[in-house]
Design a protein around this ligand. Sequence first.
Ligand SMILES: NC(=O)c1ccc[n+]([C@@H]2O[C@H](COP(=O)([O-])OP(=O)(O)OC[C@H]3O[C@@H](n4cnc5c(N)ncnc54)[C@H](OP(=O)(O)O)[C@@H]3O)[C@@H](O)[C@H]2O)c1
Length: 325
Amino acid sequence: MKDPVLVIGGSGKVGRYFAKAFRKLQPKQPIAIGGRDLAKAKAAAEESDLAEAVRVDLARSDLGLPEGKKYSAVVVLLKDDTLNTMKYAQANGLPYVSFSDWFFDIGPEVALYVHAPKRAPVLFLGHAHGGTVTLATLHFAREFRTIESIDIGVVADERDSGGPAAKVDMDRLGGAVSRPPILKNGQWLWAGEDDANRRFTGADGREWQGRALPLLDVASLAAATDAKSVRIDYALRAGDGLSHESILEIAGTKKDGSTGRFRYALVDAVSHSETSARGVAFAVERLLGLAGGPEVAAGLYHPESLLDPGYVVERMQEFGTRIER
Ligand SMILES: NC(=O)c1ccc[n+]([C@@H]2O[C@H](COP(=O)([O-])OP(=O)(O)OC[C@H]3O[C@@H](n4cnc5c(N)ncnc54)[C@H](OP(=O)(O)O)[C@@H]3O)[C@@H](O)[C@H]2O)c1
């Protein structure tokens, strides 16, 4: 097996679910759970086989890691505003997963990648639910000959807000949520009030008022399809437990000649932290070459440039995601 996967933020909400999902996919691959609080990291490591704990200091270029210790990948489950984690991954030629970037956050990471494009594979995974929503959309998009638009509506519980690191990311949204990016009729725009809101129908027929979010899914789906309009909207509900659903609406012409607007729903009975962690697990096993192909070469990746949508949808269903058409 390879050196441990360093999971910085592995003792948080998403991190603990990541360890579970990854262990299910890869029972023999060690992981190292990193955070500021070593006791918390140790407690998380004890919940999993083949897991060790390590204290991480983002202010240091060596991240404060034990000297001489080797890792096989660096997965960062928090917004590292020093980018020392990415520099460390590049310096050591290790695959890097960035999980907490909004659409408007990625500039400095793109620049680091452009500066040293041959050093390491860098995966942007700030997408909804760890890339699984985009990958599932692309799975269903394969049924189409041409696609006019992709509208995604996510309904989540208002209590399903993640830990303190997730709050930092929501706070950073600030004004960006009032002008979210969407692709509309072939044009990128920072949506004003007329465009930022969208009503959509949930899996059980209930109507929701959603608001577009600056998630990387919009960029990925616009790049990977010929859709002229792409957006992703979130609505919050109260009192339904931690379940959540994503409604994928694709308008276009199917390969069988039928045209119209087709709906697919991904329904999960667990928190969005848990589904998102599964997305990270799919990405990490792929990056390491433990599933879906050999080790991934240096490059800049989005989930759809790395993972097979069909593989991910199958695994999602095994993990409990219900798919409705
Ligand atoms: N892309 C997606 O699909 C998606 C979905 C859900 C969440 N997220 C993002 O994932 C991140 C984690 O969310 P969460 O709910 O798991 O948050 P959380 O419960 O607060 O977990 C944060 C983790 O990061 C560690 N940490 C925080 N600050 C640190 C620092 N300065 N240095 C080293 N370690 C640090 C924490 O441990 P210590 O306190 O011990 O340091 C903990 O292990 C958030 O950024 C959230 O927005 C992304």
